[in-house]
Design a protein around this ligand. Structure first.
Ligand SMILES: Nc1ncnc2c1ncn2[C@@H]1O[C@H](COP(=O)(O)OP(=O)(O)OP(=O)(O)O)[C@@H](O)[C@H]1O
Length: 321
């Protein structure tokens, strides 16, 4: 379990993380979301004691990172896959890590096997593709067989097979009772992987909730109905006090009613339906809706450089468009 309490980080005038209080629990994958510059990497670095908080605390299984006897056996992390000594082979990179952390060398072969790098174990890491580098970083995170795992953008550079693999790996680690904390900008991937979400914007906590609650609370859901007797269907709905809004393709959209009720109503009036489909918003829509006011870096849609306006989009050029 990872507990944050009032975690705050200030860089000069910039409040990168602003009083974060939340708990990352074991037995599930927790997704960590936020627009660019929201403070995700800074938070993860503070969790791993790579950066000092301005105030507030992080506790890993009840202790500060510095109090952990053998940190790699408690918490494994993939933060920056490029932070590897490129001159070493994958095997030697992991062996050095294992030896300096009192981990048996046998474990090196095990994790190489888990991440599928055994065939290239003796090759120098500097010749690795982005995806292979990610796999090596994941192998390092797994080396100490820790109960807590943190991954910052783990699917970066992975091909579809690799993305599928890491999704299953994270789910299986969580199913073993481990704490799995993962950040990603790939919403569709996050929707398939995470059970719980922690969302931040401009360093502040915006949501700490289950995936399904998050989508339900931050999106509009409705039922689409399509019938060859559209006019009559609309009259029947209206007679039952239900407002239906026509969609561009001739279907009707009904808010605030469940599909079962609407289907039964149509059946009672012997109205043929060609479609009766509950529409649930995607995680991406819900995320965009929640974070709309907390997006820090905006690109302007018409490609032409435009002087930044005042307000929360003013410094978008900092990270390039
Ligand atoms: N070492 C630093 N010095 C000064 N400012 C920093 C430093 N590290 C991060 N920041 C600033 O703190 C804010 C949060 O950055 P951070 O990298 O944690 O965000 P993020 O959510 O990980 O972003 P992204 O999704 O783009 O990776 C940003 O405005 C960033 O420019």
């Amino acid at each position: 379990m990872i507990e944050l309490e009032g975690l705050t980080k200030r860089y000069g005038d910039k409040l990168a993380v602003d009083g974060l209080t939340c708990t990352v629990r074991p037995g599930m994958v927790t997704g960590f979301l936020g627009p660019n510059g929201a403070g995700k990497s800074t938070t993860m670095r503070m969790m791993l004691d790579l950066d000092n908080p301005t105030s507030g605390t992080v506790r890993i299984d009840g202790r500060h990172y510095r109090q952990l006897h053998n940190p790699l056996r408690t918490v494994g992390a993939l933060l920056d896959a490029k932070a590897i000594h490129g001159g070493r082979s994958a095997y030697n990179h992991l062996l050095c890590l294992a030896q300096s952390n009192g981990i048996d060398a046998v474990r090196v072969r095990e994790v190489l096997d888990v991440v599928g790098l055994t065939p290239v174990a003796r090759k120098r890491a500097k010749g690795f593709s982005l995806g292979m580098g990610q796999r090596l970083g994941i192998a390092a995170a797994l080396l100490g067989d820790p109960q807590i795992l943190m991954f910052d953008e783990p699917v970066n550079g992975l091909d579809p097979e690799g993305i599928h693999w890491i999704r299953n790996l994270m789910k299986s680690l969580a199913a073993q009772g481990r704490t799995v904390f993962v950040s990603s900008h790939l919403m569709s991937e996050m929707a398939l992987t995470a059970e719980h979400l922690i969302v931040i914007g401009q360093g502040r906590l915006l949501a700490d909730t289950s995936m399904s609650e998050f989508i339900a609370q931050n999106s509009r859901s409705f039922v689409r109905m399509r019938s060859p007797e559209g006019e009559r269907l609309r009259d029947v709905l209206s007679g039952a006090g239900i407002t239906a809004v026509p969609a561009a393709d001739g279907a009707l959209e009904v808010h605030g009613e469940d599909a079962e009720h609407l289907g039964e109503l149509a059946a009672r009036h012997r109205i043929t339906l060609h479609e009766l489909s509950p529409q649930r918003a995607s995680l991406e829509e819900a995320f965009m809706r929640l974070t709309a006011g907390a997006v820090e870096y905006h690109a302007h849609p018409n490609h032409q450089a435009r002087p930044p306006e005042a307000g929360w989009g003013a410094d978008w050029q900092k990270k390039g468009s």
